[in-house]
Design a protein around this ligand. Structure first.
Ligand code: C2E
Ligand code: CA
Ligand code: CA
Length: 395
């Protein structure tokens, strides 16, 4: 047999303002459609929320579950009549087929659920067949999460530093602090892998707290060691969860006080998507943060729901244009115009611009032409250890 786990991605009502009741009606309708798309011997169950489980009997391969899913999808994507409303919707589905590895249906349902999450992550409206690889990946994530919980007390994190330079003359202006995890067995693990995990389980608050202190301590030590470079700054990434944490403000103040770094040498990088989680509250917070005189950067600019219309309301000092635009700007006119638009806008608003991910001299030449002030990328240096970063200050 086969198990399908499906979830409603979204639904739209054409001639009505959205309300809970219409959502309930849609779910009842989806359940009816599911029953009609399957045979009487198959089992359809609402699993809670907007998710359903289906058990199909007498199945040899994936063809019939996939057909069921396609029949449903066809019915949902086109606008249809639901009472007096016209609605359309889409589903994501995950499928598992029984084999010798399955003894219990709930394990199949769990795996189908995992496959459905994958389908959702791919943008929704489709299906994913579960395979062993996904299972192993899930196990690895669980292991990693356990290790992550202990990593802080075992001192396995390390701050790396990547130079930020002035485009006009290549002068070193400061560093972005980037966390690295020295895993005892797996070696250096990229933050791209464990930061999302830490975001999910809340550990990011502790890791971030540690990074902030580490970066401020380091910058203060460099200022003492290199009195001729008093203007260097350090940028620290702040995740959404950290930003919205009630203690964030006293914590930053305390860290500055205890490390002796003055606020104007600290920059906080906040992503656009972190801002959007609760925009009004974030704006308020940023305004309070600004009063401590530190600098605020809008990170990964251009990747989220960048709404240029609210930009002027944000009390930020600079925009960091995301690597994905910089990467292709020398070969794709659209990306180049995007950067150009941002630079013009930033100038009008009195904000500066940093371009990240600069790898090629051609890209740098374009930045110079467009009047971008600051850049960061492998062209200048990869993120390096504190000891290596120090050599870059001496140069
Ligand atoms: P990010 O804030 O956008 O950081 C820039 C990333 O781009 C870094 O990846 C950096 O190594 C990489 N990068 C810089 N220049 C180049 C280049 O020229 N080419 C390419 N291909 N890549 C370049 P990294 O260090 O792996 O960090 C990934 C992300 O993890 C960061 O993206 C940031 O979102 C997050 N992250 C890292 N450290 C922290 C942290 O301490 N706290 C929080 N909340 N997030 C962090
Ligand atoms: Ca950043
Ligand atoms: Ca970025």
């Amino acid at each position: 047999f086969a198990v399908i786990h499906c979830g409603v991605d979204r639904f739209s009502v054409i001639n009505h303002s959205l309300g809970n009741r219409i959502g309930d009606l849609l779910l009842i309708e989806v359940a009816n459609l599911l029953r009609r798309a399957t045979r009487p011997t198959d089992m359809v169950a609402r699993l809670g929320g907007d998710e359903f489980g289906i058990l199909l009997e007498d199945i040899r391969d994936a063809t019939s579950p996939v057909r069921v899913i396609q029949r449903l999808q066809e019915k949902l994507v086109l606008p249809f009549q639901l009472h007096e409303h016209e609605v359309f919707s889409s589903l994501s589905s995950g499928v598992t087929l029984s084999g010798e590895q399955y003894e219990e249906a709930d394990v199949m349902l769990r795996d189908a659920n995992m496959a459905m999450r994958r389908a959702k992550a791919q943008g929704g409206g489709g299906y994913v067949l579960f395979d062993r690889g996904m299972h192993e990946e899930a196990l690895r994530r669980l292991d990693l999460e356990l290790d992550l919980r202990r990593a802080l007390e075992k001192h396995q994190f390390e701050a790396y530093y990547q130079p930020i330079v002035r485009v006009a003359d290549g002068r070193l202006m400061g560093f972005e602090a980037l966390v690295r995890w020295n895993h005892p067995e797996q070696g250096l693990i990229s933050p791209a892998e464990f930061i999302p995990l830490a975001e999910e389980n809340g550990l990011i608050v502790h890791i971030g707290r540690w990074m902030l202190r580490e970066a401020c301590t380091q910058m203060r030590a460099w200022q003492r060691a290199f009195p001729r470079r008093p203007a260097l700054t350090v940028s620290v990434n702040l995740s959404a969860r950290q930003l919205l944490h009630p203690d964030i403000l006293p914590e930053i103040r305390r860290t500055l006080r205890e490390t002796g770094l003055s606020a104007r040498h600290l920059k906080l990088e906040i992503t656009e998507s972190a801002m959007m989680e609760d925009a009004e509250r974030a704006i308020e917070l940023l305004e309070v943060l600004k009063r401590t005189r530190l600098q605020l950067m809008l990170d990964d600019f251009g990747t989220g729901y960048s709404s240029l219309s609210y930009l002027h309301r944000l009390p930020i000092d600079a925009l960091k244009v995301d690597r994905s635009f910089v990467m292709h700007m020398h070969e794709r006119i659209e990306d180049r115009s995007f950067v150009e638009t941002i630079v013009n806008l930033a100038q009008k608003l009195g904000r500066s611009v940093v371009c990240e991910g600069v790898e090629l001299p051609e890209q740098e030449a374009l930045l110079r032409e467009l009047g971008v002030e600051f850049a960061q990328g492998y062209l200048y240096s990869r993120p390096v250890t504190a000891a290596q970063a120090e050599m870059l200050i001496i140069e």
